[in-house]
Design a protein around this ligand. Structure first.
Ligand SMILES: [Zn+2]
Length: 376
């Protein structure tokens, strides 16, 4: 755990503030996780983060363990817990068991974890496809779903019976998008992948390991797949065709390498935002001043998110240690001008203004994902 910064920060605080903090720490039971001794160490890095009532708008938490509820309460954190259908993975092949697993987590965290549903796109050519999908989504909305995920299998895996790749703006999906908009829910669109997916292996890329381990998802090895530009233009077309539908492009909308690409879409589509899931390092790799100016200019369009994954069999302590480190690193990067380490390189934090941080870490989730705060 990265506690040296926390100690340094706390030492510089006046004694009265420290006393109040210490009381708060014990009142909130902040030392209960990790079986840690009493002390402010995990909360120290993240005290300002917690004060914003932060939201992580993109996780995959499928393990029900009371330790998660305790962790979320300790950090005053809410999560959007996302289901995803991918027939290449046994767990993600069907809606169950993941849907049931997510709903268990929703209940055991007292609603700090919020349900993001999905639907299977694979049978889009079968009669009654959209009617069945809509029926299923209505049940999910009744169970508390505030959003619906669509996934990169559109554009990169699914083919029609005629042998054509199926894009996210295929007319077969249109009634479903209309229905989601009519019910004031949001689409979370993980469409396409980072540029590196179409490029030769490069150990310096943040995604190098991922495609080494998931060659079946590596477009460079599949030159017959549609180009990234073609897939993103289908995504843009779906956003343009449905101005009443809020669309959050997951993973910086797969426009991670250059903030100008996001700016262009934000200017064009008022119903489009992005989450930062698994792509915060791409902000580190671009010029600091440019990224900082972008985040300030488009402060209403970016939702903080991580893409942390916990499968039912994963070790909870290990997962929570990773979560704590991720939130601490990301907060330090966005909120301070201190140095953050990534992949053996150092990057200076962005020190974003307080009101911008409040939007990225909280307000934008409330606006773009109505219902994420529960029934008020
Ligand atoms: Zn994800």
């Amino acid at each position: 755990m990265k506690s040296s910064y926390a100690k340094w920060a706390l030492l510089s605080l006046p004694r009265t503030v420290l006393t109040v903090l210490t009381l708060l720490v014990s009142a909130l039971g902040l030392s209960s996780i990790y079986g840690a001794k009493p002390g402010p160490s995990p909360a120290g890095d993240l005290a300002d983060f917690s004060a914003l009532a932060p939201d992580d708008a993109h996780v995959h938490l499928y393990k029900d363990d009371p330790a998660f509820a305790a962790f979320l309460a300790r950090l005053n954190l809410r999560l959007l817990d996302i289901c995803v259908i991918d027939d290449r993975d046994p767990y993600f092949k069907g809606l169950e068991p993941q849907r049931g697993d997510v709903l268990k987590v929703v209940h055991s965290t007292g609603g700090r974890v919020v349900f993001c549903a999905t639907f299977s796109p694979y049978d889009f050519e079968e009669p009654g496809f959209s009617r069945r999908a809509i029926q299923q989504l209505d049940a999910d909305f009744a169970a508390g779903a505030v959003a619906v995920k669509i996934y990169k299998v559109m554009g990169m895996e699914m083919k029609s019976k005629a042998g054509k790749y199926v894009m996210p703006d295929d007319p077969a999906f249109e009634p479903i998008y209309k229905h989601i908009a009519a019910h004031h829910r949001t689409v979370v669109a993980h469409i396409a992948e980072p540029d590196s997916c179409w490029q030769p292996p490069n150990p310096a890329s943040p995604d190098y390991e991922y495609y080494q381990h998931n060659p079946q998802e590596y477009a460079y090895a599949h030159p017959e797949w549609p180009s990234k530009a073609a897939i993103l233009s289908a995504r843009d077309h779906l956003v343009a065709e449905n101005p009443e539908l809020r669309v959050i492009g997951a993973h910086l909308g797969s426009m991670e390498a250059n903030v100008d690409q996001m700016a262009q879409r934000f200017d064009r589509y008022p119903n489009f935002a992005v989450d930062t899931a698994a792509r915060v390092p791409y902000f580190m790799l671009q010029p600091r001043d440019k990224v900082r100016a972008f985040l300030i200019k488009y402060q209403d369009r970016i939702l903080y998110a991580t893409d942390l994954v916990v499968m039912p069999k994963d070790n909870t302590d290990k997962a929570l240690a990773e979560w704590n480190d991720t939130y601490a690193r990301d907060w330090k990067f966005f909120a301070t001008d201190q140095t953050v380490e990534y992949n053996g390189h150092s990057y200076q934090g962005l020190a974003l203004p307080g009101p911008v941080l409040r939007k990225i870490f909280h307000d934008n989730a409330v606006h773009w994902l109505p219902g994420i705060m529960g029934k008020q």
